[in-house]
Ligand binder design. Sequence first.
Ligand code: C2E
Ligand code: MG
Ligand code: MG
Ligand code: MG
Length: 279
Amino acid sequence: YHAKQRGERYCVFEPYLGTRVGERLRMAARLAWALEHDGLSLYFQPQVDLASGRLVGAEALCRWFDDELGAVSPAEFIPLAEERGLIHRLGAWVIDAACRQLAAWRARGVDFPGRLAINVASAQFEDEQLFDELQDALARHGVASECLALELTESGFMHDPDQAVAITQRLKAEGLALHIDDFGTGYSSLAYLKRFDADKIKIDISFVRDMLSDANDHAIVTTIIAMAESLGLSTLAEGVESRDQAEALRALGCPEGQGYFYSPPLPEEAFCRQWLVAE
Ligand code: C2E
Ligand code: MG
Ligand code: MG
Ligand code: MG
């Protein structure tokens, strides 16, 4: 009766909505609504130079705060969007929002160093439209392609490697950078890495987390960094939560990191205040 008292929404109980499937359908419907009504936002997590602690870029992470569902984790709504055919619209929104933000910082005389990295879902990457969407958004907001990086997981180029190589080459020729996200958790072979001409490997958080206590994780991190280096790729460690991790990673030759030790993902104002300087 609380809902009634507030005089807005009724909490109507429909049996089928009590099921897991019903909940997912309801969530998908609300997500579709949010996409049409400016209901998503981007948070920004700093990416830093491990030696100096200075900002070298940032990752844009999608956030969804729903009136009824509250804050829904991207770990939940991104797979849902993929399942329900909403990922293309969501991805297009993220591309536009990231470019709009870069343009807004520049207009305010705020210096954003490096590249803003956006996550690109596999289905989005395999879609012919991605290239045009990126170009259109960059042009619409007057942003250079050198300001953006695309984070792609290994699964994004395993489905049709030849097509993926072609798409990658186009994106790279345009000036966009390509970062392999969650590296080490997928099934890509090392040979693909070379063919893809990626710029950076993001070492997955699952290896970084226990690298100081687990000898296997330490060995994996060490190997990824050495392999990347010999292929001419840069590395960035995800999920850096302590100074000891940051120092160990730097000593192993990993130049960049991202994680709670530096900052959680922040809303725009806080990110700007804490990490960006007005020119
Ligand atoms: P991801 O791209 O690997 O992003 C890194 C995730 O790790 C983020 O979770 C971030 O908040 C979290 N993280 C960062 N530092 C730390 C740390 O020190 N410790 C721990 N435990 N976690 C840390 P988030 O924001 O919940 O995003 C989860 C995933 O959802 C992302 O993983 C990405 O795969 C996906 N995602 C988020 N935004 C988008 C988007 O705009 N498009 C697409 N396609 N996927 C997105
Ligand atoms: Mg990412
Ligand atoms: Mg990641
Ligand atoms: Mg991840």
